[in-house]
Structure formats: structure tokens, C-alpha cells
Write a protein that binds this ligand. Structure first.
Ligand SMILES: Cc1ncc(COP(=O)(O)O)c(C=O)c1O
Length: 466
């Protein structure tokens, strides 16, 4: 039987119900179609639906099928049925908000090449090693691991992370104060609630950063106020009225500098003076190519710094694995939300095993080499093919900022599109209230392409540059 489209005579004028009798059954199909019409606002609250007899006649189906579908939707709360006034769309059936355009930073580009920052080379995810770690972790896990467990996360993972962070990032980490979360963004969301409970109304942020994070903070009820910056980077000595400061000290995203020692000290002084908190976003701290990475700011004052880490760069963002090392006073506020229970126990145990077995170190070592080669190739190619364009920022991470001649940013982004390359301009990362601008640029995520596409991607970039 072909698809049936029906416009009922009895009160659904203009509303087409798309029914697919070959689908999961007529009753279910009708229920889904009516629910979708209510959810999207095509059937507004209070609208009276045709009688089951009339709609059944229109659709050429049994009356009982319509009556059953209506009953299902009444039970779910989408419709109400009252003697004498028939079946109506429930008043509280709120139409879903219209779909928001996806932020370009995360949009799956349809272009063949991408240098959009924010992702490691996903093709290099260590599938076999991860599988091995998962199998070993599952075999060894006690039965109680599969319960709700500690709201801070699995103790195996908290212990493994505390050791790793102390060794590699110089973090003073006690597993008791370490909380597992579903990535940096999730941790930030939880911390916003803690900040509000402490009476903060404003989070100071860097003038350049990710609008996804600023939006998240705003939705959580806090204002974001950009900190000024100069040629030496973010100025941290006076975050004003803010109750907390969000910084990426090891490698500012996206501008690419490391926070200078006197500015690290200044922000710690501010936190001590005011009781404010510093949120340290250490998203790519393991990737430094010219020297040993600068240790975490947290080590300067674990009582005032929240250290946030993520597996999104070193492994993959799809894992949704992150961690926070908290000042002891902050732990109860975060734990109240059961943060560590937001991540599946299998992933937590697998990451613990991945860390303790040395697989994480091996993977990061290999990734560091791959990204370092890519960055070197980028610098070399630009020196040869686009001498007016300069790579700025420290040799670190998975992205670099290319400084462009004034007034050329939009043209270059457009030219890249014509070369089949998705790349983002620096202006896209500017906080709307920021004062200064460092000028035109591109934020090039050289970690993003898979190995096989890297040469073509670099070639497309060079062709787009002035
Ligand atoms: C500046 C910055 N912080 C943090 C993250 C990691 O976020 P998450 O752990 O939520 O994936 C990213 C990833 O794109 C980032 O660019």
C-alpha cells in the first residue's frame, strides 16, 4: 500500500498527517504523526481534533485505530479528552523551539577538506588499544562497579588520573578531590551552578575563545566579561567584579600564547585577595613541541584553582570524558550533581586501564610527533608559498593562528571555500564585548584532517592565501 496523506474535514484543516502503513503499524504511525503535529506547533494548544469516526473515515482506517491513538496521546499528556468537548490538544503541550542553526565551529563541513579547529585526527583514534583496555578493565571490574557508584566517578579512574596529572602536568591532585565529568563543557556547566551558589554573577573570560562556552555560561545564569589583552596576552591583574576567571594558561585558545609568569602570579594574587576562583582550561596541555610543557597553574594554589582536563584532544571528543581537580571547598557543590555518574562506567574503567597500562602515554607520544610534523610542514609551506602570512603563537597544541594582511580575512575564508577547504577566521572567536582586536587571521586546526588528506588540505590552504 502506498503512503497515505490525509487532511481531515473535521477540524484538522490544513494539517497533513503523514502516515506510512508500511511502517511500525497504523496505530503507532498515527500516534507519531499527531504527536509530531503538536510538538512542532502545527496543532496548537486547545485545537479540537475531529471525532475518531470522522478522522477514521478520512484516513480510510478503522475507527478503533484512531480511538486507540487518541487514548495513547491522552495518556502521554499531549491531548485531553473531556465528555462533551471532545478531544483537544492539551494546553501545556509546548511546541519544540525552532531548530537553532548549528554553530559553524562544530558544523560538519560538506567541503572535502577541513582545518576547522577543535578536533584531533579522528582517524588516529587508537581503536585496537582502546578495545584491549576495555576488555581488560571489564574482566577485572568488581561486580559493584556496575552500580551507581561514587558521584565523583570510579576510584580506579580518579587514582589513575591523579597520578598522571601529577606526573605530566604538575597538578597537585588528590583522588578525593578529583571528579570525573563528561568533558570540559560539562565540567564548566557544573561549575557555573557552584559559582552562582557562591554569589557570583560574572565569569571573566579571555577576549578570544569559544562562543559555545560563553553561551553555556550565559544559559547557566552568569554574565561573561572579557578580560583585556595586549601584545603579551591576557591581562589578569584585575578581573573586576567577577567571582571567577576562566583561562587557558598553557595555550590560549585560539590566540596561541602561554600565560606569562607574572600574569599567572597576578591572577592567583587576585583569587587570594578576593576569594575568587580560577578555572584552568588545560584542553591541550600535553602537546608542546619546542620544550617541556609549562606545568599547570593549579600547582600555584590548589585552594583557588579548578583544573579542568579533557580527553577530547588527546583521544577523541566523542568519548565525552573529562575531569576536574577541585579545591576541597568546591567538591560538595559539584558532587551534589552526581557529576561522575554522567559518564558510563565502562568508559571510565577503560580510560583508567588505558592510563595505567601506559597506552595513553604511547598514544600521546605518537600524536605529538604527528601534529608536530604537521605544524612544521605548515610553517615551511607558508614561508615558501605565502610569505606575507605568519604563523603566530607557541609551537603547541592542534591549531595555529595565521596572521593575514589587514582587511583580507573574509576574502581568504571565501577563497578557501572555493578550494574546497573549511577554515575559520579569527574574528569569529572574538567575545562580543571585547575591546581590542589582534587583527585579521585564520585559526587553522591542523590536527583535524586525517593523515591521507593532510597534503591536499595544506595545498588547498596555500592556494587560498594571499
Ligand atoms: C578551548 C577549549 N577548551 C576545551 C575544549 C574541550 O571541550 P570538551 O571536553 O567539552 O570536548 C576544547 C575543544 O574544542 C577547546 O577548544
Amino acid at each position: 500500500m502506498a503512503e497515505r496523506w490525509a487532511t481531515s474535514r473535521g477540524g484538522l484543516q490544513g494539517i497533513d498527517l503523514h502516515l506510512d502503513p508500511a511502517g511500525p503499524g497504523l496505530r503507532r504511525g498515527l500516534t507519531d504523526a499527531l504527536r509530531a503535529a503538536v510538538r512542532t506547533g502545527r496543532l496548537s494548544p486547545g485545537t479540537r481534533l475531529p471525532s475518531s469516526r470522522s478522522l477514521a473515515g478520512d484516513l480510510g482506517i478503522a475507527r478503533n485505530t484512531v480511538a486507540d491513538a487518541y487514548a495513547d496521546l491522552v495518556a502521554e499528556g499531549w491531548l485531553t479528552a473531556r465528555q462533551g468537548s471532545g478531544t483537544r490538544v492539551a494546553d501545556r503541550a509546548v511546541p519544540a523551539p525552532p531548530a537553532r542553526p548549528v554553530s559553524p565551529g562544530r558544523a560538519p563541513g560538506r567541503l572535502p577538506y577541513s582545518l576547522v579547529p577543535g578536533s584531533p585526527d579522528l582517524a588516529s583514534f587508537p581503536r585496537a588499544e582502546w578495545l584491549k583496555a576495555t576488555r581488560r578493565a571489564l574482566t577485572a571490574a568488581p561486580h559493584d562497579a556496575f552500580g551507581y557508584g561514587d558521584p565523583r566517578g570510579r576510584p580506579e579512574l580518579r587514582t589513575a588520573l591523579a597520578d598522571y596529572l601529577a606526573r605530566v602536568r604538575g597538578v597537585r591532585a588528590d583522588p578525593e578531590h578529583l571528579v570525573v565529568c563528561a568533558g570540559f563543557a560539562h565540567g564548566l556547566r557544573l561549575l557555573c551552578d557552584v559559582l552562582r551558589a557562591r554569589g557570583a554573577g560574572t565569569l571573566a573570560v579571555e577576549s578570544y575563545g569559544l562562543d559555545d562556552h560563553w553561551d553555556l555560561v550565559a544559559r547557566a545564569g552568569l554574565r561573561t566579561a572579557p578580560l583585556p589583552f595586549d601584545a603579551s596576552g591576557t591581562r589578569t591583574e584585575d578581573p573586576g567584579e567577577a567571582g571567577a576567571v576562566l583561562l587557558s594558561p598553557a595555550h590560549q585558545f585560539p590566540l596561541g600564547g602561554a600565560l606569562r609568569p607574572e600574569r599567572r602570579a597576578a591572577v592567583v594574587d587576585w583569587a587570594r585577595r578576593t576569594g575568587g576562583l580560577i578555572l584552568e582550561d588545560d584542553y591541550d596541555g600535553e602537546f608542546r613541541y619546542d620544550r617541556q610543557p609549562v606545568g599547570a597553574l593549579q600547582d600555584l594554589d590548589p585552594g583557588h584553582v579548578v583544573y579542568l582536563g579533557t580527553a577530547s584532544k588527546a583521544l577523541a571528543p566523542g568519548l565525552r570524558l573529562g575531569w576536574m581537580v577541585l579545591p576541597p571547598s568546591v567538591v560538595p557543590g559539584v558532587v551534589a550533581h552526581g557529576a561522575g555518574r554522567s559518564v558510563g562506567v565502562v568508559e571510565q574503567l577503560a580510560l583508567a586501564e588505558f592510563l595505567t597500562s601506559g597506552a595513553y602515554d604511547r598514544h600521546v607520544r605518537a600524536a605529538r610527533l604527528r601534529y608536530r610534523r604537521r605544524r612544521d610542514a605548515l610553517v615551511e609551506a607558508l614561508a615558501e608559498r605565502a610569505p606575507d602570512v605568519h604563523v603566530t603563537g607557541i609551537a603547541a597544541g592542534l591549531h595555529a593562528v595565521l596572521r593575514l594582511p589587514p582587511g583580507t580575512e573574509q576574502t581568504v575564508v571565501q577563497a578557501a571555500t572555493w578550494q574546497g577547504l573549511a577554515v575559520l577566521g579569527l574574528s569569529r572567536f572574538r567575545h562580543p564585548d571585547a575591546d581590542a582586536t589582534p587583527g585579521d587571521g585564520l585559526v587553522v586546526g591542523y590536527g583535524t584532517p586525517p593523515d591521507h588528506a593532510w597534503t591536499g588540505t595544506l595545498e588547498a590552504l596555500c592556494r587560498a592565501l594571499p
